[in-house]
Design a binder for this molecule. Sequence first.
Ligand SMILES: Cc1cc2nc3c(=O)[nH]c(=O)nc-3n(C[C@H](O)[C@H](O)[C@H](O)COP(=O)(O)OP(=O)(O)OC[C@H]3O[C@@H](n4cnc5c(N)ncnc54)[C@H](O)[C@@H]3O)c2cc1C
Length: 477
Amino acid sequence: MRSKINIVWLKRDLRLQDHEPLYKAQQENIPFILLYIYEPSLITDPHYDQRHWRFIQESLEDIQAELQKNKNNLSIAYGESVDVFAKLSKLFDIQYVFSHEETGLDVTFKRDKNVAIYFKSQNIIWIECQSNAVIRGLQDRKTWDRAWARFMRDQIIKINMDHLNIISVDLGGVNIPLFERDDNFQKGGMTEVQATLDDFFSIRGQDYYKFISKPHRSRSSCSRMSAYIAYGNISIRQIYQKILENWNRAGWRRSMAALSSRIHWHCHFIQKFESECRIENETINAGYQNFPYLIEDEEHADFNSWVNGNTGFPLIDASMRALKHSGYINFRSRAMVVSFACHYLRIHWKLVAKALARLFLDFEPGIHYSQIQMQAGVTGINTIRIYNPKKQAIDHDPEAIFIKTWIPELSSHQPEYVINLPLQSNDLFATQSNYPQAKYNFQERIRESKDLLWQWKKSIHVKQNNAKILAKHVRPQ
Ligand SMILES: Cc1cc2nc3c(=O)[nH]c(=O)nc-3n(C[C@H](O)[C@H](O)[C@H](O)COP(=O)(O)OP(=O)(O)OC[C@H]3O[C@@H](n4cnc5c(N)ncnc54)[C@H](O)[C@@H]3O)c2cc1C
């Protein structure tokens, strides 16, 4: 006879504290399997890259090390979820599956629907717990802010590691390719996030608000929590409560207020995606669906020069190279590289979204798609903002420290020269360095894009859709 068990299905919640599914499984009086499934359909999805799977692997290794302290084990499977659950069903009489709700891509949304059908056919009850402060089935934002505050201030769920009735099962997880550590990227796991958090709240965080827009300084003064939040090595509530602890610390208020707003935005954008996940494939404002782009395939030379950091615009190229190398750039740089790709090179926002998803170690579908569409200027409700990389360099990297760090070809040039590239006439420069020249005139290209964007923003179709977006995603005044 198959023995009765429950399952805790880990997804983007790779931690052992403030974990409701784990807590619920602990309350039951039968053993449970703590399961992670590496899914081929996700591994091959164009939003993902080896850097993400390495981070996940490191997070799982950390969980395993923690479990081992009490002689418990994580179970790891490789396969499509329905197949893995079907295999488990042959071995065990599964009662409940506990997981967090996932606000994910189309591929995980479809997978969840299939899994739900399978569970129903097997009389397995699937309990999905709320993720972050994101509410499933929300119709408008009237009460959302209050619910957000309640969630964030609620007690952190304590898991007693001495009383986990875990059983493990060999599911052939050994077939998963193992990734070598790469020190250029943040390492995944609860241990690492704790160290990053401690470090931020002991020293780095005090100047957070001052350097948030600086491409170089932000790398150490920003919290650097994003990848850990995206894969759930820490809960957003744990971070928020840490902010509250530091709220009255002398000299820290401005930084804590700025960080608190961003923690709020985190859930705001994921909520938007939860309520409107079609924005992975369509513009949130249907009026922009056929907006004319020049580049719609990744083979195009301009796409390649952008993604590899060879456009001739130093701050753009430094940002893209930093991203490729480390998986991280700050918010302003992200907005700027999207603006450049969509407005100067006129690459389709969907191509830009996927390429950056593969590069951002912290890829989080809800934040990512909402932000890409805002920066691409296809929401209708946001101000059209086009970044000038030269001005950004003058304002935020005047000594060209960031640029020279990532573009060795420019390291021996004077900062004034570097930040003013591309020059009006590139003749002089061309003889001095093997750094590429800009292909198009920036002002001309941007003028064309601005004209187009304003023309579309004023169209009836765009205006009609604005009202729908405001009603659904924006809190009433
Ligand atoms: C085009 C574009 C795409 C982006 N894609 C992602 C993404 O895939 N994943 C991701 O986590 N962030 C994304 N961001 C938001 C932001 O740039 C990053 O969260 C931030 O740079 C991460 O660094 P940090 O952890 O040091 O941030 P901090 O400034 O220290 O902020 C702390 C946390 O707040 C949240 N946060 C910060 N800024 C924002 C924001 N503008 N919107 C929503 N949440 C925010 C993040 O969870 C972040 O870790 C994107 C921004 C842009 C412009």
